[in-house]
Design a protein. Structure first.
Length: 259
């Protein structure tokens, strides 16, 4: 009888101790550069006794849903305005805990070399998710192509001045590089541009500056933000080793550290 009671107690204590120690952290990422950065973080966390499991996603919705449903401990793929909008749209309770890098949004084309070459009626493809759509329109507005109403989540319907009568196609962000053969230009997120063998610093016709507010962040459930495991993740993600990796490997591609 004593053996049975001891076994039951042991079964209860071991999982609880493992959970408290937070030895495994599962983080959801999109491929580039988020996965690459997390590989560096994984090595740093291993020295602290944590096993970082990296789960890859190819869209901008599933990682937040998976995090909210607790199949992930954290995710790393999005900027703050996108996270805030997803919280509102899907009634999530996610928070960001660390800014890691900035991926400037840029305009790319196989048909023109500068913005002035756009002809009347040209087609430009832009992201269809609310925050990146607004971000793309603001980039074009800043460079004098259009004018847009005041507000955060603006869409093509909010354009107030369009002298060249540009036609906008709103598409999934991951698909935008593939549209370059079909449209005159496309506003593409840096991660997808690099995957398509584009170099933002060389190939972008126009690109966001260093003052971009769209830093990519690590997001977690609000109740977990102060857990030992998440604190360890944040410390590693904002380490000198990660900054050195970004500066050496990603800055030449147009990606900047945000810490």
């Amino acid at each position: 009888m004593k053996k049975i009671v001891f076994a039951l107690l042991l079964a209860l204590v071991i999982p609880t101790a493992a959970l408290a120690a937070g030895k495994t952290i599962t983080v959801g990422v999109t491929p580039f550069p988020h996965k690459d950065i997390m590989v560096v973080v994984k090595g740093l966390l291993a020295k602290e006794g944590y096993d970082l499991q990296i789960k890859e996603f190819t869209d901008y919705v599933t990682p937040n849903v998976a995090l909210a449903e607790k199949s992930l401990d954290a995710n790393f793929f999005q900027h703050v305005p996108y996270l805030e909008n997803m919280n509102k749209e899907k009634n999530l309770n996610l928070v960001w805990v660390a800014k890691v890098h900035i991926e400037p949004l840029g305009l790319y084309s196989k048909k023109i070399k500068k913005l002035s070459e756009l002809k009347p009626g040209s087609q430009i493809a832009i992201p269809n998710d609310p925050t990146n759509c607004a971000r793309a329109l603001r980039l074009l507005e800043k460079n004098g192509l259009i004018k847009v109403k005041a507000g955060e989540m603006v869409t093509a319907k909010d354009i107030t001045s369009n002298p060249k009568k540009i036609k906008f196609r709103e598409l999934d962000a991951a698909q935008l590089p593939r549209t370059l053969d079909d449209v005159d230009a496309a506003v593409i997120n840096t991660n997808f541009a690099v995957e398509a063998k584009l170099t933002p610093s060389k190939d972008a016709i126009i690109i966001e500056g260093k003052d971009s507010p769209y830093a990519n962040v690590i997001a977690v459930r609000a109740e977990d933000k102060n857990s030992p495991a998440i604190k360890a993740l944040v410390k590693a993600a904002n380490s000198k080793e990660v900054k050195a990796y970004i500066q050496k490997n990603l800055v030449p591609k147009g990606i900047l550290p945000a810490f």
